[in-house]
Design a protein around this ligand. Sequence first.
Ligand SMILES: Cc1cc2nc3c(=O)[nH]c(=O)nc-3n(C[C@H](O)[C@H](O)[C@H](O)COP(=O)(O)OP(=O)(O)OC[C@H]3O[C@@H](n4cnc5c(N)ncnc54)[C@H](O)[C@@H]3O)c2cc1C
Ligand code: FES
Length: 287
Amino acid sequence: MIKSIQANTAAPGGNACGDFPIAENLCEVISNEWVNAEYKHLVLKAPKVALAVLPGQFFHLSCPPSGNDAPYLRRPMSLYRVSVEAGTIEFLYKVQGAGTRGLATLEPGGTLDAFGPVGKGFALPDGARHVLVLARGVGLATMAPLAQYAVARGARVTAILSARSPALVMSEDYLRSVGAEVIVVHDQDGSSDIVHIEKMVRELHAGLPFDLLTTCGSNRFLLALQRLGKELAVPAQVALEQHMGCALGMCFACVRPFRKGADSEKMGYRRVCWDGPVFDAQETVTW
Ligand SMILES: Cc1cc2nc3c(=O)[nH]c(=O)nc-3n(C[C@H](O)[C@H](O)[C@H](O)COP(=O)(O)OP(=O)(O)OC[C@H]3O[C@@H](n4cnc5c(N)ncnc54)[C@H](O)[C@@H]3O)c2cc1C
Ligand code: FES
């Protein structure tokens, strides 16, 4: 069954992507396979409204009960891939608690209620020629669609993928297949050291200047992009993860403090679900 119940609502304030509809989408499960010991890849047949999702946006998933678990709240999950031709949306998720354990039980032919697309995604500067994607672990799920989107608009994308070991690197082939240049760094040989990563970014910038630096979910990477963004005078954006309730900007469960401007001392609170989850890195405060 593929059905969508459309919410009568406009896009979050200031969304660079323009207005978009949000709906409760009843999606058919196409596949739900293990990628490695911790992560699963979920493919859903989705209605048209869900296929309008943009990189950095997410869906709020109604996870099924499993065993003794009965997850009450929905769980936010970034878009990993969308195919308008196939009519599918995809997620890459780490199985870790009641919600994701429930997701892991989904079988082909079953149904999942995916509310969305929600949030303000990445804003690609007009005419961007070179985009940096810096990601580790499940952060990749959030960043992969940006790579696909930017390459499709004529930008070169350099993706630096960090992992504990080469065996734990995910989505390398997928990123290459969408045209990104991929550099793998890992803890075993020390190449994931942040000083080394920053040096690489400077060298890449000297070859073809970056127009946008992006990362997701790590304080270490956020701080690195804040430093590099200022030094190289390049905008930087970060996708944040925060516990959520409604994902519609109403419950304020997801508020975090932000600077009111890049170098401002003044602080204000914003809702990660509605004002983000993607924010200007210079306005974002570490946690
Ligand atoms: C916008 C957004 C996009 C996300 N995209 C993805 C994704 O693509 N793939 C993926 O695997 N995960 C993603 N997450 C995180 C995902 O929502 C949580 O892992 C999930 O809610 C955990 O639910 P659970 O019931 O399985 O685990 P729980 O038992 O609720 O939690 C297990 C552990 O995860 C932590 N956790 C739970 N929810 C969050 C959260 N929202 N942010 C950070 N830590 C959390 C808990 O503190 C605990 O340590 C995203 C979160 C946000 C806010
Ligand atoms: S989760 Fe309710 S306002 Fe963000």
